[in-house]
Design a protein around this ligand. Structure first.
Ligand SMILES: Nc1nc2c(ncn2[C@@H]2O[C@H](COP(=O)(O)OP(=O)(O)OP(=O)(O)O)[C@@H](O)[C@H]2O)c(=O)[nH]1
Length: 288
């Protein structure tokens, strides 16, 4: 037990003893007899009740003052502080412990909320860059990746080839079989395009029935070979929706990044190559 608590206990015991003596003395004086047997010790000092009571009160005050002064001297606090401390310290400790416990709980909750929000942010970011119909990258993803690959090409000078794909007569598919069938074809083509490329390559839906590809490390000849395989794959596939089973062809224009190129100039050249493929009768790949 701490010193102030001991002092307080001593003080309270002596006060209680003094009060018992005073009460017993007063009761004896008023009734002329003993009102209770439980206070046996007091019975024996009944004739001296009043003087003993006064002495007990003086003794209790002196003892408590002496004890507090000693404790005060050792701890360096004032009388008021020491008395307040006796009462307040346990309460303050409990309050501080509760505040710390609450703060820890809050921190844990904030940590969990932070992790949850990070996941939501990652999901939102992924959604922002994804084409909702086909599940591959969208135009924004393409713009981002193009900048990255262009900077790498500028810095290291490794070959970089760009391909633009366009489904042939797609408008006819929509008009003849409906938009739902058009969507089936778009999803199927996206899958076939993505299936044949390396993990370091990139494919996105540029918009409508147009797709773009970036093949870092591939020169125009290797890229043309790959493009032709993909084109053939698509031409040999069938796109199905309920009772419709449809063959579809695709055209491609490709170009290798050349000295002095910007992303825009390379895109314009690949687009010219695509136009030539369309002019040549479609279902073919052209390099420019
Ligand atoms: N089903 C579907 N159709 C789309 C979507 N986006 C664009 N289209 C359609 O794609 C068609 C593109 O037609 P065009 O640009 O004339 O090209 P095309 O018919 O493929 O002709 P060529 O490229 O010359 O072979 C239009 O009818 C658009 O409405 C889409 O998300 N879903």
């Amino acid at each position: 037990m701490k010193t102030p608590n001991m002092i307080r206990l001593l003080e309270m015991s002596i006060h209680a003893f003094a009060l018992a003596v005073v009460w017993r003395g007063a009761s004896a004086m008023m009734t002329g007899g003993v009102s209770t047997e439980s206070l046996g010790i007091i019975q024996s000092i009944e004739p001296f009740a009043i003087p003993v009571a006064i002495l007990a009160i003086i003794g209790s005050v002196a003892a408590s003052q002496l004890g507090l002064r000693r404790w005060r001297k050792a701890s360096g606090g004032s009388h008021r502080e020491s008395v307040e401390l006796v009462h307040e310290t346990p309460r303050l400790d409990q309050q501080h412990e509760k505040i710390i416990k609450d703060l820890r709980k809050k921190l844990t909750e904030l940590d969990q909320e932070n992790s949850r929000l990070n996941l939501v942010l990652q999901e939102k970011n992924a959604c922002l860059l994804q084409d909702t119909l086909t599940g591959i990258g969208n135009r924004l993803a393409y713009e981002e990746r193009l900048q990255q690959e262009f900077r790498r090409w500028n810095r290291f000078g490794n070959p970089l080839t760009m391909l633009i794909w366009d489904i042939d007569h797609f408008k006819q598919i929509n008009d003849q079989y409906g938009h739902a069938m058009g969507d089936v074809v778009l999803r199927g083509i996206a899958k076939l395009l993505a299936r044949r490329i390396r993990s370091t390559d990139f494919v996105a839906r540029f918009g409508g029935e147009e797709f773009v590809m970036l093949l870092p490390g591939a020169d125009a000849e290797a890229a043309l070979q790959l493009a032709d395989q993909i084109r053939l794959d698509i031409a040999e596939s069938r796109f199905e929706n309920t009772d419709i089973n449809l063959p579809v062809t695709i055209s491609c224009g490709l170009t290798r990044f050349q000295a002095g190129d910007s992303p825009q100039s390379a895109f314009a050249r690949a687009d010219r190559a695509l136009y030539q493929s369309k002019q040549a009768g479609r279902n073919c790949c052209t390099t420019c």
